[in-house]
Design a protein around this ligand. Sequence first.
Ligand code: ATP
Ligand code: MG
Length: 445
Amino acid sequence: MSRSAPLDQDVSGIVRMTTGVPVSEGSERVTVSSVPISRESVVSVNSAVDVEAAWLDRLVVAACEMPVAEGETAIVQFMVRSLGEIFPDCGVGACLVPPAPDAPVSSPDMRPAPVPVEQQLFKYIPEGEERRGVGMDPTRLFPGFAYERVLNVDEASTLHLATDDPELEDEDSPMMHVVRRAALAMGRGLGLARGHAKATSDARDLRALNSHMVQAEKLASLGQIAAGVVHELNNPLTSIVAYTDWLTRKQVQTPGGGDPDSLERLRRIGESASRILRFTRDLVTYARPSSEVPVPVSLHTVIEQALAFCEHVLAQHGAQVQRRFVESVPAVRGMHEQLIQVFVNLFTNACHAMPGEGGELIVRTEVSPDSLRLVVYVEDNGHGIAGDQLTQIFAPFFTTKVDGRGTGLGLSIVKNIMDNHGAEIRAERADNGGARFILSFPVQV
Ligand SMILES: Nc1ncnc2c1ncn2[C@@H]1O[C@H](COP(=O)(O)OP(=O)(O)OP(=O)(O)O)[C@@H](O)[C@H]1O
Ligand SMILES: [Mg+2]
């Protein structure tokens, strides 16, 4: 047998020897158990077979040195190279078929769509025998050799050994003995490499999750501070409203019924102060921990309050709000503040997706034909949501907002609140390319 050497893989997937690495060629042989060997590594000693000690040595070293941390491809390349070093006159190859990744659920019947997996081929060909590795037929990697054995490595990947030596046909031959164990080792190596890759990606996700949590925590405490500040505004605003009222009455009591200009100004001051007062009171109620007691709620009132909270962000995007409310709306049973939170999140997201100017927000309500559900449509003219993200957006920490501008918690909280109300929410593409959220609430009977 000629000497073997480390391998390179060229673009055609053919692995070639480059420099010489010696393998001991001693004639020492050891007697080992013969077939069968199971995937669970159970060896039953039916008969004995003499195998070159150097082959076993090399296989043991290869099994111990598999580059698990470098991934599946590295494992297969390494094992093909090692087997090529053990059998330098043979063609050694592998077909790696990675496990299918989890497919996103996209079809309406919630069945995952099939994801195509790409197979990779690896070939080692003895030096000077390159032409024998050219070509393939559906079952063989090395049609140029007289014999080729294909061994399963896992569910889909295979290990190939090709030679002109008829010994390969013999299940009990030393060669088959070594190849079977190499396939077993490769299978184990692939399993470990996949486990390692999964653990690394889980650790990465965990780190990302942690930084999102920190951001969410920061925003929550900022919200508490803001609610405290708003609460402090209550007293001065109450004074403004009361003194405006007093000044108005004084003006009216003056001879001639008071100066009309001054009265008009006082009316405007009083009206603006009352409006801010109402807003701060609503905001403080909203920020207070929810009472968790469901009561009959008018969704139109909830929507109006949420729109009032979002006035600033709507104005920032020059957004026009269209209300297309059904005439008489049945009450739904729910938690008032939580439902406001649903719409505040939806309106804020809509604003973030809108163009800088000319934003449009349409809020439509309708009662289902059987009168059992109240349906709310929230539609905007923003950039919309990509088809494959229409379900993902409700997952915690899913965000497309960069630079930490979003925590990705908004819609997962919305979904949670909807679930608690026995209500449903889904997103779709609006006719104008924007996003449309459809919320369906059971009405109170
Ligand atoms: N109206 C919308 N138009 C376009 N994309 C939207 C809309 N609403 C939600 N999205 C998409 O859904 C993602 C998740 O929304 P979600 O409210 O959960 O998180 P977020 O807005 O990114 O962060 P935050 O936690 O600050 O709300 C958004 O990042 C965005 O990609
Ligand atoms: Mg959001």
